[in-house]
Design a protein around this ligand. Structure first.
Ligand SMILES: NC(=O)C1=CN([C@@H]2O[C@H](COP(=O)(O)OP(=O)(O)OC[C@H]3O[C@@H](n4cnc5c(N)ncnc54)[C@H](OP(=O)(O)O)[C@@H]3O)[C@@H](O)[C@H]2O)C=CC1
Ligand SMILES: O=C(CO)COP(=O)(O)O
Length: 332
């Protein structure tokens, strides 16, 4: 069985190494010459992992035709690039390919979940199913083989099980599930909560505040996710509370880091001027704002993040906005 990973960034490289550790036939496609050479010649991906030495069995290429004949194709590019990438690889795919999604967020214009984008953008005869591999998993820790557990979610359980077998090993354990809506919505929304958690930390708020944020953030995720058909119990698992905890509390989270900078500087201006990293929660906040408003879903924390990011609301006024809200506005 052959796997091609599309994207030589942090997550593509770390997941490639898991498969190399499992002695699977795997290769990473990257558009960036420096990253590809670094992997092939130095067994490093210095841009993302500094000194960490990669498994020498992991190789990379800049030739997209490598996708031809692959049994598994894993898309490790940001949400904004998924549709375009699916269209580029479609011609190379063989029938019944399992496409693995790891991106967390929505299509920037249509608001679709990633599995829907992939199903729409790849010819149906080429696709066995989409399996989303999501859960609490910072690439920086997976690449140094920290114990990690995530979910393989698919509408086709036999494909989820194949992905489970492919990736599982002594430091990387995969569980399976079928609640695609609840899992993908949880993984997308937790990024907005991680920005909120970073903002509050940057403003100087401590442990009580973070616990409140995580708990009330989870309530918002459940409210939003169940409105669209996700199952409440999914949010108590790895793609919900698990991913929420890891990103709201970790220095590795780019969403947390983005929020932290905004909170410390008490303005969003430098973030907009200088950010070059993949911070998925920023666009997700805008989509959640639009969708929640249209459907009358109460999302007070997400709304504050949106107001800070897009309407220049001062971060230090947001605590009052949340804490002094009408007490009658109480959702369990
Ligand atoms: N990093 C992590 O710990 C985790 C990430 N994820 C999710 O995985 C997804 C990918 O993130 P991650 O690997 O971290 O991101 P990175 O920014 O580390 O890497 C993104 C990769 O995609 C490439 N890329 C970016 N834009 C395009 C494009 N338009 N066309 C083709 N290639 C493109 C980049 O190339 P270049 O270097 O040339 O810009 C880079 O190789 C995100 O949705 C993220 O939320 C999920 C779990 C963990
Ligand atoms: O999703 C992640 C870990 O599970 C990565 O989080 P960030 O995108 O915030 O770095």
């Amino acid at each position: 069985m052959r796997t091609v990973i599309i994207g030589s960034g942090s997550w593509g490289t770390a997941l490639g190494q898991v498969l190399a550790d499992n002695q699977q036939d795997v290769i990473v496609y990257g558009r960036n010459q420096a990253e590809v050479s670094d992997i092939n010649e130095n067994h490093h991906n210095t841009k993302y992992f500094k000194e960490t030495e990669l498994n020498p069995l992991l190789t990379a290429t800049q030739d997209l035709s490598v996708v031809e004949g692959a049994d598994f194709v894993l898309l490790a590019v940001p949400t904004i690039a998924i549709e375009d990438m699916c269209k580029k690889i479609d011609g190379y795919l063989k029938p019944n390919t399992i496409v693995i999604n790891v991106s967390k967020g929505f299509h920037p214009e249509t608001n679709e979940r990633m599995s829907d984008v992939i199903r729409r953008s790849i010819s149906s005869n080429k696709l066995s199913s989409v399996v989303s591999l999501i859960g609490p998993s910072h690439a920086e820790e997976v690449v140094i083989r920290q114990l990690t557990t995530i979910d393989a979610i698919s509408l086709k359980m036999e494909d989820a099980k194949q992905v489970q077998m492919l990736f599982s090993n002594r430091y990387f354990r995969i569980y399976t599930g079928s609640d695609e809506i609840g899992s993908e919505l949880g993984a997308a929304l937790k990024n907005v909560m991680a920005i909120a958690s970073g903002i509050l930390s940057g403003l100087g708020y401590q442990d009580n505040t973070r616990a409140a944020l995580i708990t009330r953030g989870l309530q918002e995720m459940v409210r939003y996710g169940t409105f669209f058909g996700g199952q409440e119990r999914t949010f108590m698992g790895l793609t919900g509370i698990g991913d929420l905890i890891v990103t709201c509390t970790s220095k590795h989270s780019r969403n947390f880091e983005c929020g932290y900078q905004i909170g410390q500087e008490n303005t969003v201006d430098n973030f907009w001027a200088n950010n070059t990293k993949t911070v998925e929660g920023v666009r997700t906040a805008k989509i959640v704002h639009r969708v929640a408003e249209k459907n009358h879903i109460s999302m007070p924390i997400c709304e504050e993040v949106y107001q800070i990011l897009y309407n220049h609301k001062k971060p230090d006024t947001c605590a009052d906005s949340l804490m002094l809200r009408d007490l009658k506005e109480e959702f369990r």
